[in-house]
Every structure is written in C-alpha cells, then in structure tokens.
Write a protein that binds this ligand. Structure first.
Ligand code: THU
Length: 138
C-alpha cells in the first residue's frame, strides 16, 4: 500500500468537503486489495443526522463500483483554515468498514501530513467487533 499517495489523495478529496455547519473538513482515500484508490469527503446536512463522513463516502463510492476487497484507508481532517490533525474514524465508520474488511489486516492511516501519520489495524480501533460472523451461518 502506498500510504503517501493515499494521504495525498485524501488531502485533495478534503477540498470538496461540504461542511457548512461544523466547518470540520475531512478527506479519505480507501485502497482496494488490487491497488485501486477511491476518495471521499464529509457531506453535511441541515438536519445533521444524515451527514456522511469522508470514510463512508469513500467506502460507498468503491462498493457502488463493485469493489469488495479493501486493504486500508487514509484519513485527514481539520477545522477549515487550521492545520491537519490526527483524525480517527467515528464509531459508525469503523462499524461500516468492518462489514467489508478483515479487521485484523485492514489498515487505518491517520495523517496530519504526508510524512506524519499513525497506522492502526481496524481491529485495534474496533475490538470485539460484532459483524457478519455473529449473525450468519456460513
Ligand atoms: N467526520 C468525518 O467525516 N470523519 C471522521 O472521521 C470524523 C468526523 C465529519 C462528520 C462531520 O461532518 C464533521 O466531521 C464533524 O463531526
């Protein structure tokens, strides 16, 4: 996985964030296991709860294009006009990512620049994951 390329693309995607309420702009870039990259930004709503995070935007774009295997996601975020800070996916995004990935190998890259980032497995961010395995007999 090319972390730097993913972070660069997340930074670029963040420019499209629609965040007129929180002014907190987030960008994400998810990598498929065969190396394709899909980006996303957060998209807010006047009634707040329909707001979609950058991570889910990227995931949904990829899934809607037929992708099912993912290796990692880069995330960048900050209040508009301020320096990027380490931004970790919210609980809803962690759960949604876990629907499609192997939590033990999937990497979450939380970046404050192309050179400064922390990498965690999704399992570290979402331990004791409740998922497909718990409700499917396969
Ligand atoms: N947000 C994301 O897009 N991803 C995160 O990881 C954290 C939060 C968005 C949701 C909302 O538009 C804004 O940031 C403030 O919570």
């Amino acid at each position: 996985m090319d972390y730097k390329k993913m972070i660069e693309m997340a930074i670029r995607a963040r420019d499209n964030a629609y965040a007129p309420y929180s002014h907190f702009k987030v960008g994400a870039c998810i990598a498929t296991s065969d190396g394709k990259l899909y980006t996303g930004c957060n998209i807010e709503c006047a009634t707040f709860s329909p707001t979609n995070c950058a991570e889910r935007t990227a995931l949904f774009k990829a899934v809607s294009e037929g992708e099912r295997d993912f290796s990692g996601i880069a995330v960048v975020g900050a209040t508009e006009g301020e320096r990027l800070e380490l931004c970790s996916p919210c609980g809803v995004c962690r759960q949604m990512l876990s629907e499609f990935v192997d939590v033990h190998s999937f990497r979450v890259i939380m970046a404050s620049s192309v050179d400064e980032y922390e990498v965690k497995t999704l399992e570290e961010l979402l331990p004791y994951t409740f998922g497909r395995k718990d409700i499917m007999r396969e």
